[in-house]
Design a protein around this ligand. Structure first.
Ligand code: GAL
Length: 689
């Protein structure tokens, strides 16, 4: 594995959008699937919609190199030239997202493997072991060729490395991965004795005499060693990143002025890659997000993904590299977007920090596995609602050009920690039904409902700027990170820690003396035993903190509050009746709360409302339920843009309570004088005076 680039050695590059006017608008463009007449029509349509940036050549390896060493660049040369003459900027891919059939036939050893030994063959996509040296050589050769061919092409704005690295194969158990895992472990631990200590191998006769004996956590008769599993998660995220780094550095050598990115999947469903550790290596963070048609609250999941992406980007503006104009093809039932939904989705991403709105894909394919996935140009052609909506969106993005480069501000932080995601869901735990992201998203949703804009930050984040800090199920925690959380409370913040947090150190060793280990003193709570509930079992929780009476399920704990810790809600029935469910303790100038159970939505909502009030982070422009309000600020703080997105079927108005919204609405051009009307399903963006 390669060493990470230090900031000093990062080359200076141009901004990806240096030549764009306003926000980016476009998508994945796959002209190799179409004949000339269609490609020519594409240009006309792109002009009509106002497209200004396209991702090209993502899945083009087999088109460029149909047989080993035989290269055909005609279509790509033509595409680059035509897009340039149309004034469209290109995010050019390395074409490596899927190896061509001849490569996997010649080198079947590059195919990835599952934990049970199943080989993932060619015929779909992404069938390569990310660590295999033979694959790496071929991928680097392709990257070099593309970079050398288009290094001076005037359309080139950004490099797009591979595609959604790790999407289908987040964990590869091949021999190549095993060899790399051993090297990674030798690097991490230095000696096999240190590895034995960290993995606790005195247990079950697991002691290793040499690194050569170590394997990935392959299918085994029973639970694999938990630290081995956690380290394999860490290693796999690093191995995927390492692949990106190798391709990126090849590009940087050839075109030091061209920025490099890869499209992440920073969502509640993407457990494989710890993107907080990836982001420093991207010149601009790019993200893909798809809503789930079956989820009635999919706009909240979208907001979560957008905020996570902004967190990963460290607050900088980012690129929405892919979403869909309407239905996708990979969910069980692929319902199209309802009228107005695509525009709302797009501008929600912009509201939360994206400087571009891009789609998969430009033109809907007529063959292949994605032919029933919507696109900017649908099968139905121009005479369609999808196309009219695309043109409308293009117009809206032009009207919002001045927002580009501005930032979202927040005083509430929700910690998202990939090692805790991996660690808390390991097998051999108190409950197999604990889902890390359920808990994170439940808190996110509660804050979203209150109109609080939340930053999603890593466990090691600087917490100085926050008045409310929430740590849901932060199972793995280092001493340093725990100390930073305690310092935030001392300094005046309201800190909230929820169940199964602070349990282990980074080696997955339990912190002894009572749970929640690392946070026990801060919270003034000591738990003797976890008390998970059976499927369908609930307990009642009473107390002012949960709005009087709430229901909890999944998890409870046999805890005791220390002197000076207030029990603000307790279990009213069940085996732990009378024991603390929610506690609060004054710490320095702040407060530390513990929530030992999974509260229902009403209980969590009531609790969140009190926390938001206590921390003083309530929304500055209150809005009716279902109307989302977010603000972006110019870097000097002199101007702000207020985005109001009405997700409901009823007309709404902001400012009626006396908060007053005045300025210019950019989508209609109307002046706003105190009250902002936001019709049902509509979006309004006000440059605030
Ligand atoms: C993404 C992928 C695209 C396309 C899209 C469909 O995961 O990057 O190539 O497959 O999903 O929703």
């Amino acid at each position: 594995m390669r060493r990470r680039t230090t900031p000093e050695s990062t080359p200076t590059h141009r901004a990806w959008n240096a030549d764009l006017v306003g926000l980016g608008f476009g998508g994945d463009y796959n002209p190799e699937q179409w004949p000339q007449d269609v490609r020519l029509e594409d240009l006309e349509l792109m002009r009509e919609a106002g497209v200004n940036v396209l991702s090209v050549a993502i899945f083009s390896w087999a088109t460029i190199e149909p047989r080993e060493g035989e290269l055909d660049w005609t279509w790509l040369d033509e595409t680059m030239d035509r897009l340039h003459s149309a004034g469209i900027r290109v995010a050019l891919a390395t074409a490596t997202a899927s190896p061509p059939p001849w490569l996997t036939r010649k080198h079947p050893e590059i195919l990835p493997r599952l934990a049970d030994g199943t080989v993932l063959h060619q015929g779909g996509r992404q069938s390569y072991a990310v660590t295999h040296p033979v694959h790496r050589d071929y991928a680097l050769r392709m990257t070099t060729r593309i970079a050398e061919r288009y290094r001076d092409h005037p359309a080139l704005a950004l490099w797009h490395v591979d595609n959604e690295i790790g999407c289908h194969v987040p964990r590869d158990f091949s021999d190549a991965a095993a060899a790399d895992f051993r090297r990674w472990l030798a690097d991490r631990y230095g000696s096999v004795d240190a590895l034995n200590e960290a993995w606790g191998t005195a247990f079950w006769s697991q002691r290793y005499g040499s690194f050569d004996d170590v394997l990935p956590p392959l299918s085994a008769p029973t639970f694999a060693n938990p630290t081995q599993q956690l380290d394999f998660d860490r290693f796999s995220s690093d191995a995927l990143l390492d692949y990106y780094l190798d391709l990126r550095d090849t590009l940087r050598e050839i075109t030091p002025r061209v920025p490099v990115t890869t499209n992440l999947m920073a969502t509640a469903h993407s457990k494989g890659m710890d993107y907080f550790s990836w982001a420093p290596e991207l010149d601009v963070v790019a993200n893909d997000h798809y809503t789930m048609a079956a989820d009635p609250e999919r706009h909240v999941d979208l907001a979560f993904s957008a905020d996570l992406t902004r967190g990963v980007a460290g607050g900088e503006p980012w690129i929405l590299m892919e979403h869909s104009t309407s239905a996708v093809n990979w969910q069980p039932r692929n319902t199209p977007k309802v009228p107005g939904e695509m525009l709302r989705n797009s501008l929600q991403h912009v509201a939360r920090g994206s400087d571009a709105v891009m789609f998969f894909q430009w033109r809907q394919s007529k063959a292949g596995a994605e032919k029933f996935h919507s696109a900017m140009v649908p099968h139905a052609g121009r005479d369609s609602d999808v196309w009219r909506d695309v043109v409308t969106l293009g117009r809206a993005l032009r009207a919002l050009g001045e927002v580009r480069g501005s930032r979202v501000r927040s005083r509430a932080a929700l910690v998202v920690d990939w090692p805790s995601w991996w660690g808390s869901e390991l097998d051999s735990h108190p409950s197999q039904h604990l889902r890390y992201m359920d808990q994170v998203q439940a808190w996110y949703r509660a804050l979203w409902r209150l109109g609080v804009t939340t930053d999603l930050v890593p466990a090691g984040a600087d917490l100085d700027a926050y008045d409310l800090v929430v740590l849901p199920t932060t199972y793995v925690v280092s001493d340093a990170d725990a100390a930073r959380v305690a310092a935030a409370a001392e300094r005046g913040a309201t800190v909230v820690v929820t169940y199964f947090s602070g349990i282990v150190d980074p080696r997955d060793h339990v912190r002894l003396g009572g749970y929640p280990g690392a946070f026990r003193d801060l919270l003034g709570v000591r738990t003797e035993e976890f008390w998970p509930l059976q499927e369908g079992e609930t307990v009642r929780v009473t107390g002012k903190a949960v709005g009087g009476d709430a229901v909890a399920d999944l998890w409870t704990e046999k805890s005791r509050a220390a002197d000076g810790t207030e029990v603000v809600a307790a279990y009213a029935d069940g085996a732990l009746a009378g024991r603390p469910a929610v506690t609060r303790r004054e710490v320095g100038s702040g407060r530390a709360w513990y929530v030992a159970t999974r509260l229902d939505e009403a209980g969590l909502g009531a609790l969140a409302e009190q926390l938001v009030a206590e921390a003083g982070v309530a929304a500055d422009v209150p809005a009716p339920a279902g109307v989302e309000v977010v603000r972006r600020w110019s870097q000097d703080g002199a101007t702000s843009w207020l985005f109001a997105i009405n997700h409901t079927a009823a007309d709404a108005a902001l400012g009626t309570d006396g908060t007053l919204v005045t300025g210019t609405e950019l989508l209609t051009g109307d002046a706003v004088d105190g009250v902002l009307a936001v019709p049902a399903g509509a979006v309004r963006v006000v440059r605030v005076n």
